[in-house]
Design a protein around this ligand. Structure first.
Ligand code: UDP
Length: 383
């Protein structure tokens, strides 16, 4: 029997790992779920296991929070002996959090093959810790499981072999479609006194948006302008709580605790507009056909703009307010990207169990990594 370790670490991982685990188990694989403990409280962790029906992890590493290096190091330290003990055939990591990188590097130096779900996404913004995590994880992966053609194209341009790259679709949409019916029965709108189609949802947690008070204040000014057109509700990510409280939130923007998965899908589904810096939310709004403004200067998910309902609005308050007014008063066309069909987990299981790379490649082609130059430019610009 093929033994596969699936790694989960933080909120955006749970909805990605669940459909992969289900599909692997349905095909007879032995799945071992390892939780690194990067997110551990009830609102960011337990509610997702409960609502998505994920079984309790087989192993919990207790990484906790801390600096990037401290957190990454703790996960590596704890994962290495566990991996030696489990001796799996394949390790599956998802997304772009620190635990993804930590477990990827440990796996690459063990005997197991490494599969990365969400391979090939690139913001080309080296100030984002997630970009570093993605690029390094892809570099040491055997199976590169891409959600969209742009991601597969990035990988090809970086010199990965065709037999490593698998265009499988979007696992987050698998979970969304599987739970949409239940989510739409949520009473969250009633509890918050919101009228369908007449409110907006906001999420903010990227370091580039919430760690600098000047940037955050500018974003809040923009949200105050948008709130004059339609009231906004903002479920607060724990890392944004203190910055938001000290910046002061304008009238019409209501802070609420982080929402559970079903409530948050319900909030998105009936929103007039979503304003976000989250990666997953850009994808979910595209799948739901709900207009989304991304409060960043770039996105690693360009397909949500080219085919979906997303627009890059940047961080300038006037630009954000103008874009929001257009969206609220206009119509946003809707098109769902290919393979965002609820079956990505099944395609991943087929790749891992029936084909793809069977042996760790002994030599990769010289990396045609264009990032180095861009990285130097970004670093110089920052100083
Ligand atoms: N989400 C949630 N409750 C919230 C905010 C987000 O359940 O209050 C879900 C959202 O539906 C999506 C995932 O969390 O499935 C996205 O996670 P997050 O924004 O934390 O991370 P990112 O996608 O930016 O890495």
């Amino acid at each position: 029997m093929t033994r596969i370790v699936c790694v989960a670490a933080a909120r955006p991982n749970y909805m990605k790992v669940k459909p992969v685990m289900d599909a692997l188990e349905a095909r007879g694989a032995e799945v071992v779920l390892v939780h690194t403990g990067q997110h551990y409280d009830a609102a960011m962790n337990d509610v997702f296991f409960h609502e998505l029906g994920i079984r309790p992890p087989d192993h919990v590493l207790g990484a906790g929070s801390g600096s990037h290096a401290a957190q990454t190091g703790r996960v590596m330290n704890a994962f290495e002996p566990l991996l030696a003990e489990l001796s799996p055939d394949v390790v599956v990591v998802v997304g772009d959090v620190n635990s993804t990188l930590a477990c990827a590097v440990v796996t690459a130096k063990s005997g197991a093959l490494l599969a990365h779900v969400e391979a090939g996404l690139r913001s080309r913004d080296w100030t984002m810790p997630e970009e570093i995590n993605r690029v390094v994880t892809d570099r040491v992966s055997d199976y590169l499981l891409a959600p969209s053609p742009d991601a597969a194209g990035n990988l090809r341009r970086e010199g990965y072999r065709d037999d490593q790259i698998h265009l499988v679709g979007n696992v987050m949409v698998d979970t969304l479609l599987a739970n949409l019916g239940r989510a739409l029965k949520s009473d969250v709108l009633g509890r918050l006194g919101l009228v369908p189609g007449a409110y907006g949802v906001v999420t903010l947690h990227r370091p580039g948006n919430v760690d600098d008070q000047g940037t955050l204040r500018a974003l809040l000014t923009a949200l105050g302008d948008v709130a004059r057109l339609c009231p906004l509700v903002l479920p607060v990510h724990p890392r944004a709580r203190l910055p938001l409280e000290s910046a002061g939130v304008p009238d019409g923007v209501r802070l609420i605790p982080p929402a559970g998965y079903l409530d948050f899908i319900a909030l998105q589904a009936s929103a007039r507009i979503v304003l976000t810096d989250s990666g997953g939310v850009q994808e979910e709004t595209t799948a739901l056909g709900v207009p989304c403004l991304t409060l960043r200067d770039n996105t690693e998910r360009p397909i949500t703009i080219e085919q979906g309902t997303n627009r890059l609005a940047g961080r300038d308050p006037r630009r954000i307010a103008a874009a929001a007014a257009e969206v609220i008063n206009g119509r946003t066309p809707r098109r769902i990207p290919d393979l965002w069909d609820g079956r990505a987990g099944e395609r991943i299981a087929d790749v891992l169990l029936t084909g793809g790379v069977r042996l760790r490649p002994t030599s990769l082609p010289p990396p045609a990594v264009p990032w180095q130059g861009e990285r130097e430019a970004a670093t110089v610009g920052e100083r």
